[in-house]
Design a protein around this ligand. Structure first.
Ligand code: KG4
Ligand code: ZN
Length: 355
């Protein structure tokens, strides 16, 4: 069986394909028994401009664009790595969660390549990709750790004891942190996705200008709730109406919204770390690119004697590298047996703790 062979492969190359939402990413990672995983090539196309006119991701357009991009991006990643397709030992793809049609594109290419090359394929959990992304950097964490996963669709605190050993500690009961950024940004007239734009606008603002709610901050559990934030931002805008917001008011609202989100994320992470008895924290997912979150998390961690790790900035949002890496780490940990089975079956809904 192939799964058994993997344990003794000293060195192997994984091609990773990400197509769960609005980014097409393809990357090559070299890993092995005594190797620090190494990113060999990495190509990415974001559909942000295409969806911006609609104010959010249009699933059918996303699927079609993945189809257009995924093969040229694969060629690009291979060229960057200086490798031929024949050098690939394992083809990994995002199996879920995500948009069904979008996932099918990556799964379809992975299975086609696997079958053509006579190489095994492995479907990867998108959030496991985010979770493990910090291992592709100079400051790789060590197990066990607490992980704060903050993306456009998820906000979770997990205890991570090893590859595939994940315990959910708490999660959002409504909107995700990234969604809170995006919805607040939309109310301020910023484009889609608004997270990075809101963060830029906030630089000129005063985070204490408006007292926005920090829901569940003292709830005694590790759950989050962000749906009330957009209502609070809207209430402030209406309060200032009918005058249009001045630039200073917009910047102040952006800064206050960002401060509210970051405050809750940092405080709950510190509670989770304290409760776990661990001294290590990983923050990953698209929102982990946020500079205020990093600054505040660094400061709180220093105060509590916690070591905090992030993905490299260009690997925070969706990409193929984290998918290739997660596949490599899974097979190395004996947590997955990639097979020469080319069934294009994706899991649009797939809880991480079901792994
Ligand atoms: O992980 P990701 O690329 O996709 C999902 O798996 O959802 O995360 C995208 C989310 C979006 O909501 C985006 O606005 C947010 O991450 N984001 C940011 C920043 N960069 C991306 N939010 C705040 N500040 C940023 N710098
Ligand atoms: Zn993601």
């Amino acid at each position: 069986m192939y799964g058994l062979n993997w344990r003794v492969m000293a060195e192997f190359v994984v091609l990773g394909i990400e197509s769960s939402c609005d980014e097409t990413g393809v990357a090559l990672v070299r890993a092995g028994t005594d190797l620090v995983p190494q990113l060999l090539g990495h190509a990415l196309h974001t559909q942000v401009d295409m969806h911006a006119d609609y104010g959010g991701v249009v699933p059918e357009l996303a699927s079609r664009d993945h189809i257009r991009r995924v093969v040229p991006l694969t060629r690009q990643a291979l060229a960057q790595a200086g490798l031929a397709l024949s050098a690939v030992d394992l083809v990994a793809f995002t199996r879920g969660p995500g948009l069904a049609g979008a996932l099918l594109v990556g799964a379809g290419l992975a299975c086609a390549l696997g079958a053509a090359l006579d190489k095994p394929v492995l479907g990867v959990h998108h959030l496991e990709g985010h979770l493990l992304a910090p291992f592709l950097g100079a400051d790789a964490p060590r197990f066990p750790f607490v992980a704060l996963l903050v993306s456009g669709g998820h906000t979770q605190l997990m205890r991570v004891d090893g590859v595939g050993r994940y315990t959910l500690l708490g999660e959002t009961v409504d909107d995700a942190a990234g969604e809170a950024f995006d919805k607040s940004a939309k109310l301020l007239g910023l484009g889609y996705p608004g997270g990075p734009a809101l963060a830029r606008l906030a630089e000129a603002g005063n985070p204490a200008a408006y007292a926005l709610p920090r829901p569940l901050l003292h709830s005694g559990n590790l759950d989050f709730s962000f749906a009330g934030l957009k209502t609070a931002v809207l209430t402030q805008i209406k309060r200032l109406a009918p005058q249009p917001l001045t630039d200073a008011q917009r910047a102040n609202l952006a800064a206050s919204a960002q401060a509210a989100i970051v405050d809750v994320l940092v405080k709950k992470s510190m509670v989770a770390v304290a409760q776990s008895g661990l001294r290590r924290l990983v923050v990953s997912g698209g929102v982990s690119a946020n500079q205020r979150l990093r600054q505040q998390m660094d400061a709180a961690s220093a105060q509590h004697g916690v070591r905090v790790h992030y993905p490299q900035l260009h690997l925070c949002t969706d990409n193929g590298a984290m998918i290739a890496l997660a596949a490599a780490m899974r097979v190395q940990a004996g947590q997955a047996a990639p097979a020469r089975q080319y069934a294009v079956d994706v899991l649009p809904r797939w809880p991480l703790d079901a792994l």
